[in-house]
Write a protein that binds this ligand. Structure first.
Ligand code: ZN
Ligand code: FE
Length: 248
């Protein structure tokens, strides 16, 4: 089982989400995208967890500023795309894009170690080159960084619409009951566009009602299932490159 806690960072400014994970099988504790260290350290103290690893989805400061302080405090290893090692602060362990690894050791998955918890470092380059999404199949959980948000997607800082379309197709092939955890709380921003695009149908109405209730209680809008997201996020719903490009 994968226990997931969401930590809101840069609240009211960039509204980043960092995630604290504990895999009950391996006892590995992972921080995904430490945006800033203080709120993460506070949550770790509350949980009485010590992180073994810090995973980065991409190099932007609002996903990596906590790397060094958390590494120093907990002796955690920084993990990310091997092709982006120069841009990820305090980098330790390189992952090959689209490869599958085991916990707690982060060794390549093989026929011999199939009983271990695995995760795949999906290459979803487009927001940045080398952007990874972390997929934990046994937990049906996907951490999408700045690739997929609730009802919208990340900006194309280093990639093309073609690359983003390919990245989203990769995400679309995952099971519909996969829950996704985005790198920011941007639901409100995507809502108006999605509502207009789908003409305010029942799926999108239900999505927005659920998001409104959770945000109203100070909770993240997500996690939402990919099945629900495919019906409501115009960018993820687009079935052809032509359709996708018409959204820009
Ligand atoms: Zn970013
Ligand atoms: Fe970001």
């Amino acid at each position: 089982m994968l226990e997931v806690h969401t930590v809101l960072c840069r609240a009211g400014k960039m509204d980043n989400y960092s995630y604290l994970l504990r895999d009950s099988k391996s006892n590995a504790v992972i921080v995904i995208d430490p945006s800033e260290s203080a709120p993460i350290e506070a949550k770790l103290a509350e949980l009485n967890w010590r992180p073994n690893y810090i995973f980065n989805t991409h190099h932007h400061f609002d996903h990596t500023d906590g790397n060094l302080p958390l590494k120093q405090k907990f002796d955690a290893k920084v993990v990310g795309n091997i092709n982006d090692s120069e841009r990820l602060p305090a980098f330790d362990i390189g992952l090959k894009p689209d490869e599958t690894y085991t916990l707690p050791d982060i060794a390549p998955a093989t026929a011999q170690n199939q009983a271990a918890t695995t995760f795949t470092a999906l290459d979803v380059s487009a927001h940045t080159q080398g952007h990874l999404a972390y997929y934990f199949p046994s937990a049906k959980a996907l951490f999408t960084g700045d690739t997929l948000f609730n009802l919208c997607i990340g900006g194309l800082f280093e990639g093309t619409p073609e690359q983003m379309f390919a990245a989203l197709q990769k995400i679309r092939t995952l099971p519909d009951d996969t829950k996704f955890y985005p790198g920011h709380e941007y639901t409100a921003g995507g809502a108006a566009e999605a509502w207009a695009y789908f003409g305010g149908n029942r799926d999108i109405a239900a999505y927005l009602e659920q998001a409104k209730q959770k945000l109203g209680q100070g909770l993240p809008a997500g996690p939402i299932t990919l099945g629900q997201e495919k019906k409501c996020n115009p960018y993820l719903a687009a079935a052809t490159l032509h359709e996708f490009k018409s959204l820009f």
